[in-house]
Design a binder for this molecule. Structure first.
Ligand code: NAG
Ligand code: NAG
Ligand code: NAG
Length: 311
C-alpha cells in the first residue's frame, strides 16, 4: 500500500512533534485515506486524488482525470556533478506543467557514482525528487552511454507491459518548449516511430538520423535495441548518428518525423534568434544563454509583485 504511505506522510506533518495531539489529527486522516483508496476504483483516479502526496508518481494526465493520449519518458543525459543544472531544469520543466492529456516523466540519467559526496548528495536528490536513473557504466559521452540507457530500460521496467509509448533522449544543455513539443507528438504512431531533427540537411524527408539535441523512439524500438545484435555489436560512437544507423540497418523507424529547424542551437539574444514554433533550443552552455532563452520564452512572466522581493 505505497499510496497510503505517501498520502499519510504529507509535508504538513513532517515537522510536527510526535504524540497524542498529532495522532488525533492523523488518525481520522488515515481513515479518510483508506476510505478513498477502497471506494475509488479506477487506478488513475486514486492517483489524481493523492496527487499532492506523491509528486513524482503522478502523471499530468491524471490531473484532469482522463487517459493520457501518450506516455513519454524523457531521459536527460547528464553527469552526477551537474547539481546546479538539474536544479534549474527541474524548475524550468515543472513550471511548464501540467501537460494536458499527456503523461510526461522527466528523469536524469547518468553512469555509476564515483565519490562519497555524490553518493550522499544524489541519495538526497532521489529522496527529494525521485527522478534519477543510474546506469551500470562509467561516465562517457560517445562510448555507448546512450545504448546503455535505451537497452537498460526494458529491464528497469520489467513486469510492466508497456510502461511508455515513447522514450526520449535529450541533453542537459537543451531547453524544451513543452507546449510546442508535446503538440508535435500528439496523434503520431506509437510503433516504429523515430522523431527528432533530421540530419544531414540534404535528406529532410527521411533523414538517416536525428540530432542528439533530442530524439524520440517508440517503446517497440527500445525493446528492439535491448535485444538486437545490431546495436549490441556496435554500441559506441557518436550516439545520434549511431542510433540512426542501427535503425537504418534493420529497416526500422519507418514512421520518421523530422521537426527540422524547430530544433536549433542557441543563436543570440535578439527575438529574431528564436523561432515562434520552437520545440527545443540546444547548446545552452552557460547561465547567460539559459537566462536569455528563459526570458525570451516568458518563463518567469507570471511572477506576482510583492513587498517581499524585487527582481
Ligand atoms: C557500477 O556499479 C555497480 C554497483 O556498484 C557495479 O556492480 C558495477 O560493476 C559498476 N559498473 C562499472 C562499469 O563500473
Ligand atoms: C541560427 O543561425 C544559423 C546559422 O547562422 C541559421 O542557419 C539559423 O537559421 C539560425 N536560427 C535562428 C532560429 O535564427
Ligand atoms: C512573451 O510575452 C509577451 C507579452 O505578453 C508576448 O508579446 C510574446 O509573444 C511572448 N513570447 C513568446 C515567445 O511567447
Amino acid at each position: 500500500m505505497s499510496t497510503m504511505k505517501g498520502c499519510c506522510q504529507t509535508k504538513a506533518f513532517a515537522g510536527a512533534p510526535c504524540g497524542t495531539p498529532v495522532l488525533i489529527v492523523i488518525l481520522p486522516l488515515a481513515l479518510l485515506c483508506t476510505l478513498f483508496l477502497i471506494i475509488s476504483s479506477p487506478n488513475h483516479f486514486q492517483f489524481s486524488f493523492f496527487s499532492n502526496c506523491q509528486p513524482n508518481e503522478v502523471s499530468d494526465a491524471s490531473l484532469d482525470n482522463s487517459e493520457p493520449d501518450f506516455r513519454l519518458l524523457i531521459g536527460i543525459l547528464t553527469i552526477p556533478n551537474n547539481y546546479k543544472r538539474r536544479h534549474l531544469l527541474r524548475m524550468v520543466y515543472d513550471l511548464q506543467r501540467p501537460f494536458p492529456r499527456a503523461q510526461v516523466d522527466v528523469r536524469f540519467v547518468f553512469c555509476n557514482l564515483t565519490t562519497d559526496e555524490q553518493r550522499e548528495f544524489i541519495a538526497l536528490e532521489i529522496l527529494a525528487h525521485n527522478d534519477i536513473i543510474i546506469l551500470n557504466c562509467k561516465e562517457n559521452m560517445n562510448d555507448g552511454k546512450t545504448y546503455k540507457y535505451f537497452s537498460s530500460l526494458p529491464q528497469m521496467f520489467e513486469g510492466e507491459d508497456k510502461p511508455y509509448d515513447y522514450v526520449m533522449k535529450t541533453d542537459d544543455d537543451t531547453y524544451l518548449h513543452f507546449h510546442n513539443f508535446l503538440e508535435s507528438l500528439r496523434g503520431k504512431p506509437k510503433e516504429d516511430m523515430y522523431w527528432g531533427s533530421g540530419m544531414p540537411m540534404l535528406d529532410q524527408d527521411f533523414p538517416p538520423f536525428m540530432v542528439g539535441t533530442g530524439y524520440i523512439l517508440s517503446w517497440d524500438l527500445i525493446e528492439w535495441i535491448a535485444t538486437s545484435d545490431i546495436p549490441r555489436n556496435d554500441p559506441a560512437g557518436p550516439e545520434d548518428i549511431y542510433t540512426g544507423m542501427w535503425l537504418d540497418k534493420a529497416g526500422k523507424g519507418i514512421n520518421r518525423y523530422n521537426m527540422g529547424p524547430r530544433v536549433y542551437n542557441f543563436n543570440g539574444t535578439e527575438a529574431k534568434d528564436f523561432l515562434p514554433e520552437t520545440i527545443a533550443v540546444h547548446s545552452l552552455k552557460n547561465d547567460f544563454m539559459w537566462a536569455t532563452t528563459l526570458k525570451h520564452f516568458n518563463a518567469t512572466a507570471t511572477i506576482k509583485p510583492s513587498i517581499l522581493y524585487h527582481v
